[in-house]
Ligand binder design. Structure first.
Ligand code: UDX
Length: 450
C-alpha cells in the first residue's frame, strides 16, 4: 500500500477509469464509484467499456492485486476514502454553449452528507471557473472535516495512461497547507520523477484547464486559417507548418492542418469558456474563441465541397468511401467527430456514403445509425467515385494507389488530414485534393518531383 491513503474515484467515464487504474498501479487502495450498475459490473470483471491502449492491463492488474474495486455505493465510498476524486463529465448543455455541471454537483451533493471523517475532495473534471469555490462552501457546511481542492486533468485519449502516470505538470488548486500536503503524497511518484507541482488558488486551477484547451484549439484553428489562405493563394500549408514549427517560439505540435479538432473536450470546452467569460463580464476577452470554433467547423463544409467538386458538381447517388469515424486515430471516441460530421453532410447532399474505421464502428453506429458502415476497408471502397481520408489512422496513412485503384470505380481522393504524399497518387492517375493546398499546387509538387 502507498502510505495509508485510500482513494475513491467518483465517475467511471474516460477520466475516472484511467485515474482509478493508474492510482492503483502506484500502490494506492482505490474504490471506483459509478451510478451505472452494469458498467460497474463490467469493470469489476476486468472489462473496459472504452478503447485505450494499456488501460485494460492496468485495470486487470489492479483488480487482481486487490487494490482496485468498483461499486455503485456512495456510502461505501464515504466510509472508504481519505481522498475522493471527482471525475464526472461536464458535457455541453443542450441548447447552450455553457457546461452542464449537474453530474459534478450531484456527485458532491450525494457524497457530502455521508462523510463522517476528515477527508479531501479533489475535483478533476473540467468546470467553469467559480464552480470549486461554490462546491467548497456546500461541502464545508455538510461536513466540517471535509475540504475541497481542484486538480485538473490534462490527459489525452490514446495516451491517457502515460499522461496520467507521467504528466507534464500537476496543478494543485488548494486553500490550505493540509490539502497541498495530501496532494503531494498522492503524486509523490511523478513529482520525484521531475513533474512540476504547481500550487495555486481554486480559480487559477480551474482556469488552467480551460486556458490550456483554448490555446490548443486556437493553435489548430490558426493553422487551419492559414490552410484557407493557402487554398486561394496557391500555397502549401504542410510546408508552411514545417516552417512555422521550426521556430522554437512556435513549436511544431498542434500545427497539423486538416479537418480540425473534435472529441469530448476541445469543442465543448472552448464554448463553455467563452460562455463563462461572458457571464463574468469578460466576454470580449474570449470573443476570438467563437472565431476559433467557426474556422474549425468551416473545414468540415470545405471537405464536403471538395467532394462535390470531384464528383463533377452533383453528389446525388454518388458512391463515396469515408475512411475514419473516430475524432482522432488511436481512439474509438466519436463525440463531435469531424469525420462523422463530413459523412453526414455528404449524405445530406445525396451521396451514398460508406464509412470504415478500425476501432470506432460500434460507437459510430450507435451515434449515427442512419449512416452506412463497412467492416472492411475494401467493403467501403469498392465501387466508390470519391474516397475521403477523414481520420489519419496509420493503416489509412500507409495506403498506396495500388491498394485502392483495383477497388474504386473512379480515382478521386480527398486527403482531409494531410496524411498522404500527393505524388504517387497523381502518378497513378488519381485526382488528389487536400485541405490547405490548391489543386495546381499539388500538381506542381508532382512536376517538381518529376
Ligand atoms: C485534449 C487535450 O489535448 C487534453 O490535454 C485535454 O485533457 C483533453 O482534450 P484529446 O481530446 O484527447 O485531448 O485530443 P487531442 O490529441 O488534443 O486532439 C484533439 C483534436 O484535435 C483531434 O480531433 C485531433 O485530430 C485534432 N488535432 C490535433 C488537429 O486537427 N491538429 C493537430 O495538430 C492536433
Amino acid at each position: 500500500m502507498n502510505g495509508a491513503l485510500r482513494l475513491t474515484v467518483l465517475g467511471a467515464g474516460y477520466l475516472g477509469i484511467t485515474h482509478a487504474a493508474c492510482m492503483a498501479s502506484l500502490g494506492f487502495g482505490v474504490l471506483g464509484v459509478d451510478t451505472d450498475g452494469s458498467k460497474v459490473g463490467k469493470l469489476n470483471a476486468g472489462r473496459l467499456p472504452i478503447y485505450e491502449p494499456g488501460l485494460a492491463e492496468l485495470l486487470r492488474a489492479g483488480l487482481g492485486a486487490g487494490r482496485l474495486r468498483f461499486t455503485t455505493s456512495y456510502a461505501e465510498a464515504a466510509a472508504f476514502g481519505d481522498v475522493h476524486f471527482i471525475c464526472t463529465g461536464t458535457p455541453q448543455q443542450a441548447g447552450s454553449d455553457r457546461a452542464d455541471t449537474s453530474q459534478v454537483d450531484a456527485c458532491v451533493a450525494t457524497l457530502a452528507p455521508l462523510l463522517r471523517r476528515p477527508c479531501l475532495v479533489v475535483g478533476k473534471s473540467t468546470v467553469p471557473v467559480g464552480t470549486a469555490r461554490r462546491l467548497a462552501a456546500g461541502l464545508g457546511h455538510a461536513c466540517p472535516g471535509a475540504e475541497l481542492a481542484w486538480n485538473p486533468e490534462f490527459l489525452r485519449e490514446g495516451t491517457a495512461v502515460a499522461d496520467t502516470l507521467s504528466p507534464d505538470r500537476i496543478v494543485a488548486g488548494v486553500t490550505s497547507g493540509r490539502a497541498e500536503a495530501i496532494l503531494r503524497q498522492v503524486y509523490a511518484r511523478p513529482v520525484a520523477g521531475g513533474t512540476p507541482f504547481i500550487v495555486t488558488s481554486l480559480e487559477t486551477a480551474e482556469l488552467s484547464k480551460a486556458a490550456a484547451n483554448a490555446f490548443l484549439a486556437t493553435k489548430i484553428s490558426f493553422i487551419n486559417a492559414m490552410a484557407e489562405v493557402c487554398e486561394v493563394a496557391g500555397g502549401d500549408v504542410r510546408a508552411l507548418a514545417r516552417i512555422l514549427g521550426a521556430d522554437p517560439r512556435i513549436g511544431p505540435s498542434f500545427l497539423r492542418a486538416g479537418l480540425g479538432f473534435g472529441g469530448g473536450c476541445l469543442p465543448k470546452d472552448i464554448r463553455a469558456f467563452a460562455a463563462r467569460a461572458s457571464e463574468l463580464g469578460a466576454g470580449q476577452a474570449l470573443a476570438f474563441l467563437r472565431e476559433v470554433d467557426a474556422i474549425n467547423l468551416r473545414r468540415r463544409v470545405r471537405t464536403a465541397d471538395l467532394a462535390l467538386e470531384l464528383a463533377g458538381g452533383s453528389l446525388a447517388e454518388v458512391p463515396v468511401c469515408a475512411l475514419g469515424a473516430a475524432f482522432k486515430p488511436g481512439s474509438d471516441d466519436v463525440r463531435d467527430s469531424p469525420a462523422l460530421d463530413v459523412a453526414q453532410i455528404l449524405t445530406g447532399m445525396g451521396a451514398r456514403v460508406t464509412i470504415h474505421d478500425p476501432a470506432a464502428l460500434r460507437g459510430a453506429r450507435r451515434a449515427r445509425p442512419e449512416l452506412a458502415y463497412a467492416r472492411t476497408l475494401a467493403g467501403a471502397a469498392r465501387g466508390a467515385h470519391v474516397v475521403l481520408l477523414l481520420t489519419e489512422w496509420p493503416a489509412f496513412a500507409a495506403l498506396t494507389p495500388g491498394d485502392l485503384s483495383p477497388l474504386v470505380a473512379r480515382r478521386n481522393i480527398i486527403d482531409a488530414r494531410g496524411a498522404l504524399d500527393p505524388v504517387p497518387w497523381q502518378q497513378h492517375g488519381w485526382r488528389y485534393r487536400a485541405l490547405g493546398m490548391a489543386e495546381d499546387a499539388a500538381a506542381a509538387m508532382r512536376a517538381a518531383t518529376g
